[in-house]
Write a protein that binds this ligand. Structure first.
Ligand code: GTP
Ligand code: MG
Length: 594
């Protein structure tokens, strides 16, 4: 399965269950498998998949047989995937064999007509009503769920323990990547959320598209990342042709996103806690999607952002090592506090990813963007809104093989070189430009300058303060030093990437909890009972006594743990279950879900 993505030089194994793997076997016009497929082909497949899928809320995963039996009466089913949202509610993603199948199923759906505040709307988000009267018997077809709990984020303690037990630092990086990268079901779900909006908007507009972008589609996303969406007003050449003399009278408005916000708030099932940030450089509407368990940001007419995701995705395809490396670097930056969950005077994941790609260009693993532009043909021309030129080579099969993956370094070596490279980088005088693939002179005195690849007069790290840039310089040096000190072969508690990805504040505590030589981690959960809403210091102390030595160690650890917990609460992880929102009340009033 991994072969097609490897050159003879590449030592990075692409995991079997990788999200994009199945697309690699696409064939086009001939029987010769292509080494690379285009981003547009991946997006087209995902959109088509969403157009024949629904998400059905059920009572539990054991509703599978009944749901399968009921839906098979209307259409042929390809697969059913199960997941739970943050509130612990169960859902099944059903992919039917064709879009027509889905239309038949939607025709068979009913509306909930007991509440006068509800006006029914077609959507791929459904729920499965309990049977009335005698329960229909469905024969066991032998079919099984394609996946159970498919969007579950891996347990952090288990992950850290497994990382600790890896043979090499490269294995650690690879393991972190495989366990945390966005999986197939999470991507399906994101395209279905986009499809839900598209269905609503298409009942009002002539030709709009809702397109996911950012880390949900650029190949650098981790499980649980936010969903960036853009509402694109796609006018085809045909629609605007001068030969069509009858033209619609249309309403001009610079407030399209306001209406989108109102529609989301009033018409889209699952949308909660919506906020509008309309005076930003890129105005957005933020909301939580309760059924999908996602944080979403919707913007308007920003197709350059989609092309940016396309560019990042392409570079990730050219050098698969870049994805594992970027995942690690993003985790490290979050652990050191260089990136934060909210925007401010610090780095964010996007410029950080550009820094990784730039470093890989310097090591001969990736071509410069200018190279991709020089190889582009007529079919690659893309001009986004406000005339942003997004033209670069799309079909990577046309790229000469000597323009990428020109070194054999394993992930450990690359990671060390990454930190070393930025330890020595002249941030004061130089800017990072993936267009050039080499440092260029800074056009102004902002502390950190990372050229926006598609609008080169802009700096994507213009918000980063002098202090934060200094901290970056310090942290890359610390990280390089830490990795170098691991080279002696002795495996301590923060061996390899553990010393980079564990939050500093919890590192002391986690060390204490690793028991003896077995390196077994004691789960945080083991320290609490299910009823411990507000665990007492004494409670934690008595449970920890068997793992730690002195009272002082216990006190320090308890303090660290409480501070971590309060930070998590403040960071606003979605807790749908505890929110007494109107939609929750509405759901409780509905008939029983099976
Ligand atoms: P995470 O959401 O943190 O996982 O990463 P992300 O890559 O999705 O970043 P984010 O949600 O912050 O932004 C979404 C996308 O918007 C990015 O992938 C970029 O394509 C684009 N983007 C983000 N920041 C900037 C910026 O400063 N300038 C430009 N032009 N585009 C940006
Ligand atoms: Mg994002």
């Amino acid at each position: 399965m991994s072969v097609l993505l490897q050159t003879s030089k590449c030592i990075f194994r692409k995991p079997f269950n990788n999200t994009f793997c199945k697309y690699v076997f696409l064939r086009k016009n001939s029987d010769v498998p292509k080494k690379f497929i285009t981003f547009d082909e991946v997006v087209a497949q995902r959109r088509a998949e969403a157009m024949r899928s629904v998400v059905v809320q059920v009572n539990s995963d054991s509703s599978f047989n009944e749901l399968y039996g009921y839906c098979s009466k209307y259409a042929s089913i390809k697969d059913i995937h199960h997941y739970k949202n943050t509130g612990g509610e169960h859902f099944m993603v059903i992919e039917f064999a064709s879009e027509d199948n889905l239309k038949d199923v939607l025709k068979s759906c009913s509306s909930h007509n007991k509440d006068h505040d509800v006006i029914s709307v077609q959507s791929p988000f459904l729920w499965f009503r309990a049977a009335v009267g005698n329960k229909e018997k469905f024969a066991d077809t032998g079919k099984k769920l394609a996946v159970k709990n498919g969007t579950e984020i891996c347990n952090e303690d288990v992950l850290l323990e497994d990382i600790l037990n890896c043979e090499t630092v490269s294995d650690q990086i690879q393991l972190l990547y495989e366990r945390t990268t966005l999986n197939d079901l999470s991507i399906r779900l994101r395209y279905i959320v986009a499809r839900q909006l598209e269905m609503i908007f298409n009942s009002l507009y002539t030709n709009v598209k809702i397109q996911p972008f950012g880390s949900s589609v650029n190949g650098f996303g981790r499980m649980g990342c936010d969903l960036d969406l853009v509402l694109i007003n796609s006018i085809t050449e045909e629609m605007g042709a001068a030969s069509r003399r009858l033209v619609f009278q249309e309403k001009r408005s610079a407030r399209q996103l306001e209406l989108a916000g109102a529609l989301l708030e009033l018409r889209v099932a699952g949308v909660a806690r919506l906020t509008r940030i309309l005076n930003a450089r890129v105005p957005i509407v933020k909301y939580a999607h309760e059924y999908a368990g996602l944080h979403c940001d919707l913007c308007y007419n920003n197709s350059a952002a989609v092309h940016m995701s396309e560019l990042l995705w392409q570079l990730g395809e050219l050098c698969a090592r870049s994805r594992a490396l970027a995942v690690l670097v993003r985790r490290w930056a979050a652990a050191t506090g260089l990136t934060q969950p909210h925007p401010g005077r610090w780095l964010t994941n996007f410029p950080l990813t550009l820094m990784v790609l730039f470093f890989l260009q310097r090591t001969g693993l990736l071509p410069s963007l200018n190279r991709l532009v020089s190889e582009a043909g007529k079919e690659d021309i893309r001009i986004a809104e406000e005339n942003v030129n997004c033209t670069f080579l799309r079909d990577l099969n046309k790229l000469p093989a000597d323009s990428y993956e020109q070194n054999d370094d394993d992930l450990q070596t690359l990671l060390f070189k990454f930190f070393e490279f930025y330890s020595q980088f002249d941030f004061q005088e130089k800017a990072i430009s993936i267009n050039e693939g080499k440092p260029i002179r800074k056009p102004n005195s902002l502390p950190l300058y990372i050229v926006n690849p598609l609008e080169q007069s802009l700096n994507v790290s213009r918000n980063v303060s002098y202090e934060e840039c200094e901290r970056l310089r310090l942290e890359v040096r610390n990280a390089a030093w830490h990795l170098e000190s691991c080279l002696d072969g002795k495996k301590s508690d923060d061996w390899g990437i553990l010393g980079l990805i564990e939050k500093k504040s919890s590192r002391g505590l986690k060390k204490l909890l690793r028991v003896g030589n077995s390196h077994r981690l004691v789960s945080m959960k083991d320290l609490f009972t299910d009823n411990d809403n507000e665990p007492s210091v004494e409670g934690i102390r008595s449970k920890m006594q068997k793992f730690v030595k002195t009272d002082k160690e216990v006190d320090t650890s308890v303090k660290e743990m409480k501070s971590e917990m309060s930070k998590e609460q403040k960071s606003g992880k979605i807790k749908f279950k505890n929110n007494q929102t109107a939609s929750a009340v509405y759901r409780i009033r509905r008939d029983k879900i099976i």
